[in-house]
Design a protein around this ligand. Structure first.
Ligand SMILES: [Zn+2]
Length: 315
């Protein structure tokens, strides 16, 4: 399937490629999950595609997409860092003479090059071997070593528009497309998992303050913990609901969860103070979960706190 989005950047790169003036060292930077790597792979497909169109479907394009193309080298972090061993292996492979076709090196999360690995790479970036293109991917340009940045042409990428995401995934409901915030990677992640259920759970957790019966709440919480949902995504949705409730009165067009307007209106009527406190409590709850504290206890606390705040602001 051809790529959607980043039209300007892709045209620019294609033009350079056709003129045989592609930059030997580039940094593609922009938020995570927006398709920087897909653009890099498309650039390679341009060169090898049997239909000369980077179709993405022919065997040559498929090979690139599956990272099995012989002139493509991909380095990514193992654990926290891209390590020097990986860079050494790469340099040794590149020391062989290039054949007819351009060789491409993609460094994923390039900010994770550890200092030794970065140093080992510097000289090569300064004088790249013939017919070799380095593409460094990062979500944080300023975290790359200045010595690396100074050797590369940075190319900025932005999130996709709502229309572009819709084109990419016409079957997705509006709320899902909005929740993905212009990031196809996040959209895929939300689609693949049972995000509908996690979104429902997010609403339930946020609505706990409405319940007074301790016994009922305790049963509910026990069941949630037992169900083992993906809590990261539950927190993601909780925060997105609270964010929406906060901006509802300012700019309705910017809502991510338009389909839940009635609920958001309810919440926003309680007032900004309550929403802000809930937001902070949600972050705290997430931190407690990350620290492996007892989930049932933490959720019960969350309920008590929310209830107290609710009573105090509505008294
Ligand atoms: Zn093709």
């Amino acid at each position: 399937m051809p790529l959607i989005g980043h039209a300007k950047e892709r045209q620019y790169l294609l033009k350079k490629q056709r003129e045989d003036r592609i930059f030997p060292v580039m940094i593609f930077h922009g938020p995570n999950g927006i398709g920087k790597k897909a653009v890099a792979l498309e650039l390679i497909c341009n060169e090898v595609c049997s239909h000369q169109s980077a179709c993405g479907d022919c065997p040559a394009c498929q090979k690139v997409q599956n990272l099995e193309y012989e002139n493509l080298f991909v380095l990514r972090p193992e654990g926290k860092f891209i390590k020097i061993e990986a860079v050494r292996q790469l340099l040794s492979a590149l020391s062989l003479r290039a054949q007819d076709l351009t060789r491409y090196v993609i460094l994923e999360e390039a900010e994770k090059l550890n200092p030794q690995a970065a140093n080992a790479l510097l000289k090569t970036l300064e004088e790249p071997p013939e017919k070799t293109v380095f593409i460094l991917l990062t979500s944080n340009l300023s975290s790359l070593l200045p010595t690396i940045r100074s050797r590369a042409i940075p190319i900025a990428f932005n999130t996709l528009s709502f229309q572009e995401l819709q084109e990419l995934s016409p079957e997705s409901p509006t709320w899902l497309l909005k929740a993905a915030q212009g990031r196809p990677g996040l959209l895929e992640d939300l689609k693949q998992h049972d995000s509908l259920q996690e979104r429902k759970l997010a609403l339930e957790v946020l609505s706990l303050y409405r319940e007074s019966s301790r016994h009922e709440n305790f049963q509910k919480i026990k069941q949630w913990v037992k169900d083992k949902p993906n809590w990261d995504r539950v927190f993601f949705f909780m925060q997105s609901f609270l964010r929406d409730a906060r901006i509802l009165s300012i700019n309705e067009d910017k809502l991510l969860n338009l389909d839940q307007k009635a609920y958001l209106q309810d919440l926003s009527q309680i007032g900004d103070d309550f929403i802000d406190l809930q937001y902070r409590a949600t972050i705290r709850l997430q931190e407690q979960f990350l620290a492996n504290q007892d989930k049932s206890l933490c959720l019960e606390n969350f309920w008590f706190e929310s209830k107290k705040k609710y009573v105090s602001v509505t008294a």
